[in-house]
Design a protein around this ligand. Structure first.
Ligand SMILES: CSC[C@H]1O[C@H](OP(=O)(O)O)[C@H](O)[C@@H]1O
Length: 376
């Protein structure tokens, strides 16, 4: 296929503004988020001063993506603590803001444990708040380090599995710096391949209904200078049939103990296509996304979102028209099925890449070891 959509440009930071940062202005500590619902049209920041504001930002996907949700959840606990709110109440609201990405509960749990441990050791509220903040900062740092290591492992796997020369990789949803303390998960692998001169093309699924691919991955890919092409989700099959896909790289929101992978809806059909066309289907996720306490895919709670996300087009540039704030593309009153995620069974997963290495094939023994690492 002609490279008519090749894009060349210097390798810039995906956005000038970090996805999340903790600030301590004179009026008191705040959590500053890059509002991802406004991208790619504009970089707008949300300033959260309490947990309810952060819960709303999580629910609206102003802040999103499993690893970043974990970091945000941990900072949210610290924010409640430093501002003297009820920390247990804040932690419960944050952990319950979205059900599928296990990282959110993990991040909240880490900061809450640090807070409670400081109190148990006789520390006062201020000391306990500092402990929660330190736990959030540590998770932020660890995720950035994990992202870099996953990128290295993932590129090595692509080089091992695929013929020499440029790799043509298809990805779904958004898994770059906007979901991470670093450069992301699956997108970080594509970025590493690009920087090594071994990415021939990144195929970007638009990812209906919220268009994380079209709005966010295309934005990050453009700024990186890599060759990328956007496609509708329903066009992926024809790309496989044309032999234009060498590997699929996706992220994850929860990996169950049996290796089932919950990820953005549309991931499971890609796994079936990849298997049918003998293309590696590679999941890239930090160990914090592995959930030893969820036994299998059927046990994963898949978030069901509002129907208007399907029946209306809601993008930063459009004006208000439909009930949900977008332009109605379906008759008003149309009911819609809108699962935010789907679950891919382990037998369709070629490899799971974490910061600790590559699990392939996905055997019960390898999964048991991965789960043990997740429990540490
Ligand atoms: C690697 S985390 C990114 C992950 O999160 C996305 O979901 P959402 O945009 O709803 O937060 C999607 O599942 C991505 O794979």
């Amino acid at each position: 296929m002609a490279d008519q959509y090749a894009h060349s440009g210097e390798d810039k930071r995906p956005t000038e503004t970090p996805a999340i940062r903790w600030e301590e202005p004179p009026e008191g500590p705040v959590l500053v988020l890059l509002d991802q619902t406004r991208l790619p049209a504009e970089e707008v920041e949300l300033v959260c001063t309490d947990a309810p504001a952060l819960v709303e930002a999580i629910r609206s996907l102003a802040v999103r993506g499993a690893p970043l949700l974990g970091i945000a959840g941990a900072y949210g606990v610290a924010l409640a603590a430093v501002r003297g709110f009820d920390v247990d109440e804040a932690a419960a609201a944050l952990a319950g803001a979205r059900p599928t990405a296990v990282n959110l509960a993990v991040g909240v749990r880490r900061a809450l444990a640090a807070y409670r441990a400081a109190l148990a050791e006789g520390g006062d509220g201020r000391r306990a708040a500092e402990a929660a903040l330190a736990a959030a900062r540590a998770l932020h740092r660890e995720d950035a380090e994990a992202s870099a290591r996953m990128a290295g492992h993932g590129l090595a796997l692509l080089d091992e599995l695929l013929p020499a020369g440029g790799h043509r990789v298809l990805t779904h949803c958004n898994t770059g710096a906007l979901v991470s303390g670093g450069e992301g998960t699956a997108f970080a692998v594509a970025l590493a391949a690009h920087r090594a001169g071994r990415l021939r093309r990144l195929w970007v699924d638009e990812t209906r209904p919220l268009l994380q691919g079209a709005r966010l991955t295309a934005y990050e890919a453009a700024r990186s200078g890599m060759a990328y092409t956007l496609l509708t989700d329903n066009a992926a099959g024809s790309l496989f049939a044309a032999g234009e896909v060498d590997a699929v790289l996706i992220g994850a929101d929860r990996i169950a103990a049996d290796g089932s992978v919950a990820n953005k809806v549309g991931s499971y059909p890609l796994a079936v296509l990849a298997r049918y066309h003998h293309v590696p289907f590679i999941v890239v996720a930090p160990v914090t996304t592995v959930d030893p306490d969820t036994p299998d895919g059927a046990s994963i709670e898949v978030e069901q979102r509002a129907g208007h996300e399907v029946t209306e087009i809601t993008a930063p540039q459009v004006s208000v028209a439909g009930a949900g704030g977008g332009i109605a593309v379906a008759p008003l009153g149309t009911q819609a099925y809108n699962p935010a995620f789907d679950v891919t069974p382990p037998e369709l997963v070629t490899a799971i890449v974490t910061e600790e290495g590559i699990v392939s094939p996905v055997t019960s023994e390898a999964l048991a070891e991965l789960c043990a690492r997740a429990r540490r």
